[in-house]
Design a protein around this ligand. Structure first.
Ligand SMILES: [Zn+2]
Length: 475
C-alpha cells in the first residue's frame, strides 16, 4: 500500500530530520501488517461478500464519526446508526453520506479526517476533495469500486499485506466463522485470521444478562457453572477452544486496573452474585480477582493477557438507551496502575512466562506509571496508545514519554483496535510515519546511529508485535 499522494505526510517539517525520516520510513512502508488487537467482524472475511454501500462501510459503524456529529446536534439515527427498539433510522446510503459530508469541517485537525482521507485516496484511489458539492461524485466513485471483485474483503486483505489479523470474540461465541476461515486455509493456529478470548460478558457482574451468560457458558462447555469451580473449568475449556481457533491472547476491558486474590471468598462472592444478591463493590472485586485467575490460566496455556482499563461505558445514557453499546458514548476516566496491579505483580510480575500487555486511556499515566512498570517487570509490556489516544499527536508523545524509561523493547507494537477494516493499512501507516519521525530526531541529535534506528523501526513495525503476541510460534 504505497502512500503516494502525500509522501511526507506526518514526517518532521525540519528538512534535515525529514530526510532521515524518509529513509527510515522507506524501510517499513511495505512491510506486512501485524494486527494483534482489533474488532473486525470475522464474518466479513469468512463469507467474503461484497461490502454494502459506502455509508454502511465507512460511516454507520464508525463511532468516532457519528459521535462528533452528535456533539453538534445531528442524531445518530440520521446517520444510520441502528436503534435499539427498532424505531426507524435513515437507511439510504446516499442520504447518510450527504448528511455526513455537510459536517466534514468538524473533523479539521482530527485523526478521523486523516484516516478517512487516506482511506479514500490510498485504498479506493478516489482523489476528489470532499465537500458538499462533491458528495455525490465521491459516493458514486466509491460505490463503483465496491462493486469490483478487487474490493471484496479477502482481496483487500491481500492488497493491504496483512500477515495476521486478530478479531475479538466472547467465550459464548461458537467460533463458527473462524472454523470456516480455517477450512478455507485462512484461520486456525498460525493462520492469517485468528480470534482473541474476551470474557468480559461472563466476568463483569454488571454486564446485562451476566447470570444468563454464565448459564450459557455452562451449556456450551458441559461444565456446571452453578459452582465457582465449574465456572473456572468452563473458562479453561473455552480458552482451549479459542487456542485451537488460533488465539494467542486474551483481552480484558475493566473499569479499573485493580487486581486482587480473593482466595476462598471468590466462591462465596460468585454464589452470591449467581443468586442475584451481589453487594456493592462485588463487581470490581470479582473482576480484580478474575485477573489473577486469568494470569494463572495464562501461565498454563500461554495466552498473552491484554488489559485495558479506564473506559466509563455508556456514559451518554441517552445514546445507550436509544442505540445500545459501542456507539460512541464511552468516556475515559483517571486510571491508577501502581497500586492496582501490585497484587498481580507480587504474585507473577517477575515470571517471564507471563505476558501482560497494558493499555491506557489516561495519557498522564505513560510517564508516571506505565513506563516505570513496563521498564521494571518481566511480565509487563506497554501497549500502543489506544482509543481516543490513537492519533498522530499522542503516538508521538507516547514515544517521547515512555522511551527514556521503558526503551523501545518493552513496548508491544502498534494496534489499530478498529472495526473499520478499510482503515487498517492507513492506521498502521500513520504509526510507522510517526515512529520514523521520532527516530529521525534521535539520529539528528546524535543520540542513536542511523543503522540502529533502521533496525529499531523494523522491530517496532513488525518484529516486536509478532514476538510479543506470539504469532508464528508453535503453542
Ligand atoms: Zn479493543
Amino acid at each position: 500500500m504505497p502512500t503516494s499522494t502525500r509522501p511526507d505526510l506526518l514526517l518532521p517539517a525540519e528538512p534535515g530530520q525529514r530526510a532521515l525520516a524518509r529513509e527510515l520510513y522507506a524501510l517499513v512502508e511495505q512491510l506486512p501488517i501485524i494486527s494483534p488487537h482489533g474488532h473486525v467482524d470475522p464474518a466479513l472475511l469468512a463469507e467474503d461478500q461484497p461490502f454494502p454501500d459506502p455509508s454502511q462501510l465507512l460511516i454507520v459503524p464508525d463511532h468516532y464519526l457519528t459521535r462528533m456529529l452528535l456533539s453538534q446536534g445531528v442524531a445518530p439515527g440520521e446517520l444510520g446508526v441502528p436503534s435499539r427498539d427498532g424505531s426507524p433510522v435513515q437507511t439510504d446510503g446516499r442520504t447518510i453520506w450527504r448528511r455526513f459530508v455537510e459536517h466534514w469541517h468538524l473533523f479539521r485537525g482530527t485523526p478521523s479526517r486523516l484516516w478517512l482521507e487516506q482511506t479514500l485516496t490510498e485504498v479506493f484511489g478516489v482523489h476528489t476533495r470532499l465537500s458538499a458539492q462533491t458528495a455525490d461524485e465521491v459516493y458514486d466513485a466509491l460505490a463503483a469500486k465496491l462493486a469490483e471483485p478487487d474490493f471484496r474483503p479477502r482481496a483487500l486483505f491481500e492488497r493491504f499485506n496483512i500477515e495476521v489479523l486478530a478479531t475479538t470474540e466472547s467465550p459464548l461465541d461458537d467460533l463458527g466463522r473462524h472454523a470456516k476461515l480455517a477450512a478455507d486455509g485462512w484461520g486456525g493456529p498460525g493462520g492469517r485470521v485468528v480470534t482473541t478470548f474476551r470474557p468480559d460478558n461472563v466476568v463483569d457482574l454488571a454486564f446485562e444478562d451476566w447470570s444468563a451468560n454464565v448459564d450459557r457458558l455452562g451449556e456450551i462447555t458441559g461444565e456446571d457453572t452453578g459452582t465457582y469451580a465449574g465456572y473456572l473449568a468452563a473458562l479453561r475449556s473455552r480458552r482451549e477452544a479459542f487456542i485451537a481457533a488460533g488465539a494467542t491472547s486474551s483481552d480484558h476491558g475493566h473499569l479499573t486496573a485493580r487486581t486482587l486474590d480473593l482466595g476462598a471468598d471468590a466462591a462465596t462472592l460468585f454464589d452470591r452474585a449467581r443468586r442475584g444478591r451481589a453487594e456493592p463493590g462485588d463487581t470490581e472485586a470479582f473482576q480484580a480477582h478474575m485477573l489473577m485467575e486469568f494470569a494463572r490460566m495464562s501461565l498454563d496455556d500461554g495466552l498473552v493477557m491484554q488489559l485495558h482499563p479506564g473506559a466509563v461505558r455508556n456514559h451518554n445514557r441517552w445514546l445507550h438507551t436509544r442505540h445500545g453499546r459501542d456507539v460512541g458514548g464511552d468516556i475515559p476516566q483517571v486510571t491508577e496502575y501502581v497500586h492496582a496491579l501490585a497484587p498481580l505483580l507480587d504474585a507473577y510480575g517477575n515470571d517471564s512466562r507471563l505476558r501482560v500487555v497494558l493499555y491506557t486511556l489516561d495519557e498522564d499515566t505513560f510517564t508516571r506509571e506505565l513506563a516505570p512498570l513496563a521498564g521494571g517487570y518481566a511480565a509487563l509490556w506497554l501497549g500502543a496508545p489506544w482509543w481516543f489516544l490513537d492519533s498522530p499527536e499522542v503516538l508521538r508523545r507516547f514515544r517521547e514519554t515512555v522511551t527514556e524509561t521503558a526503551g523501545f523493547y518493552n513496548t508491544a507494537g502498534f494496534v489499530d483496535d478498529t472495526r473499520a477494516f478499510c482503515s487498517i493499512p492507513v492506521r498502521h501507516d500513520v504509526a510507522r510515519r510517526v515512529d520514523a519521525g521520532f527516530l529521525a530526531r534521535l539520529v539528528a541529535e546524535h543520540r542513536l546511529p542511523m543503522d540502529e534506528a533502521a533496525e529499531t523501526i523494523v522491530d517496532l513495525a513488525y518484529r516486536l508485535p509478532k514476538r510479543v503476541f506470539k504469532f508464528g510460534e508453535s503453542a
